[in-house]
Ligand binder design. Structure first.
Ligand code: RFL
Ligand code: PHB
Length: 389
């Protein structure tokens, strides 16, 4: 088998890249370890930056998002009962879109299936070979048989636990990592959202987030121990803890109900440098992880894809190799800014295990400054809606 670009991983990065390439007439094959139902069943990101929204629109995938997504002009940040509304529209003339990763992934799969571009599911033992030569190839197995695909380039879009990053020799990469001493317990419930905008809440009892998927589906999170077991949390215990952490005005009116999903996510910051090695390029979670506090994971994956797709189009359509050579540098410049913002939001809004009274006062002072300072709100708003590509 031969193609121009092998994409390892059919999550949002791989699918979005595939869509850009197919639209530009560049052959590509996606290799995905799971089946499609499994990928579509994962509940993850909820907030899309304007750059992600624009990419989907430009690819002709904006219709369902426009009909079913929710444009948000601002967000609420709170500390106990003190609230600040950060107005995105005022500070950036831009907005974000609440449209779940599950829906984005579904739209991308539907478009790929309609184009007839090849996706091979349930692959195993993927190996990236000869990425430093002009004739790289990928081998894998499926249903007990082995296969080989020759290609020009390989895109490693296989997430944090994938094989692509490991294909870069340890001596050729540097990894930067910070693991936070807590996780997020997230639930989905068929209840109306407590507020029409997201609420990022810090409190004496720790962090909580009120998010949503649609008018009848809410997504809520509370900070928990990284080693906690979701089974230990009854519905009642979760709702009690959430109410304790959000401003009373919302705690009094929140509608509770049974969970349809409950899981714990660890919080980590991670960057691999460089994001390319010969003809192998890393995109999304394969190259970097952010704690979810800034809603940047999927969005940073999308900006990587924007740079890589643009570079490959320059290579194939305009015979210009420069952008391909510069991919890692361009992507990393934006990645580190998203890392900084996500780390800052996490530090501002969580209760750390060894936090002193002084540390708590610093968080409160920073929130108080944010409340009264337009420039500080503008910085938050600019980062939240997404820095320019
Ligand atoms: P993914 O989604 O992990 O997809 C990788 C795909 O590769 C497949 N795979 C392999 N395939 C073939 N061979 C192998 N050896 C393979 N190994 C793995 C996997 O099966 C999978 O299908 O990475 P990708 O595409 O880079 O996308 C990244 C995003 O999924 C991630 O950054 C976001 O979900 C992060 N995130 C959020 N991002 C936002 O921008 N806004 C948010 O509001 C937001 N909220 C969140 C989040 C992540 C969360 N969790 C659970 C970590 C909230 C949470 C709770
Ligand atoms: C979500 O809706 O899942 C969500 C929203 C904002 C975040 C993280 C997760 O910062």
């Amino acid at each position: 088998m031969r193609t121009q670009v092998v994409i390892v991983g059919g999550g949002p990065s791989g699918l979005l890249l595939g869509q850009h390439l197919t639209k530009a007439g560049i052959d590509n094959v996606i290799l995905e370890r799971q089946n499609k139902e499994y990928v579509l069943g994962r509940i993850r990101a909820g907030v899309l930056e304007i750059g992600t929204v624009n990419q989907l629109r430009d690819l002709g995938l904006g219709a369902r998002m426009a009909a079913e997504g929710y444009v948000h002009n601002g967000t609420v940040i709170s500390y106990n009962d003190e609230q600040i509304r950060v107005d995105f529209a005022k500070h950036t003339e831009s907005t974000v879109m609440v449209y779940g990763q599950t829906e984005v992934t579904k739209d991308l799969y539907d478009a790929r299936d309609a184009d007839g571009t090849q996706t091979i599911y349930e692959v195993d033992d993927v190996e990236i070979c000869d990425a430093k030569t002009n004739a790289p190839f990928v081998i894998f197995s499926q249903g007990g048989r082995s296969y080989r695909i020759a290609c020009d380039f390989i895109a490693g879009c296989d997430g944090f636990h994938g094989v692509s990053r490991q294909a870069i020799p340890i001596k050729a990469r540097t990894e930067f990592e910070k693991v936070y001493p807590f996780g997020w317990l997230g639930i989905l419930s068929e209840t109306p959202p407590v507020h029409h905008e997201l609420i990022y809440a810090n409190s004496d009892a720790g962090f909580a987030l009120c998010s949503m998927r649609n008018a009848g589906l809410s997504r809520y999170y509370v900070q928990c121990d990284a080693s906690d077991d979701p089974a230990r949390w009854s519905d009642q215990a979760f709702w009690d803890e959430l109410r304790r952490r959000i401003p009373e005005e919302f705690a009094d009116i929140i509608e509770t109900g049974p969970f349809i999903e409950k899981s714990i996510a660890p919080l980590r910051s991670f960057v691999c440098e460089p994001m390319q090695w010969g003809r192998l390029f890393l995109c999304g979670d394969a190259a970097h992880i952010v704690p979810p506090t800034g809603a940047k994971g999927l969005n940073t994956a999308a900006s990587d894809v924007y740079y890589l797709a643009g570079a490959l189009i320059q290579h194939y359509v305009h015979a210009d190799p420069q952008a391909v050579a510069e991919y890692s540098e361009r992507a990393l410049a934006r990645v580190w800014k998203a890392e900084r913002f996500s780390w800052w939001m996490t530090k501002l809004l969580h209760h750390f295990p060894n936090q002193t009274d002084f540390d708590s006062r610093m968080q409160q002072a920073e929130i108080a400054f944010l409340r009264t300072n337009d420039a500080a709100q503008a910085v938050l708003a600019q980062n939240y809606v997404g820095l320019p590509y």
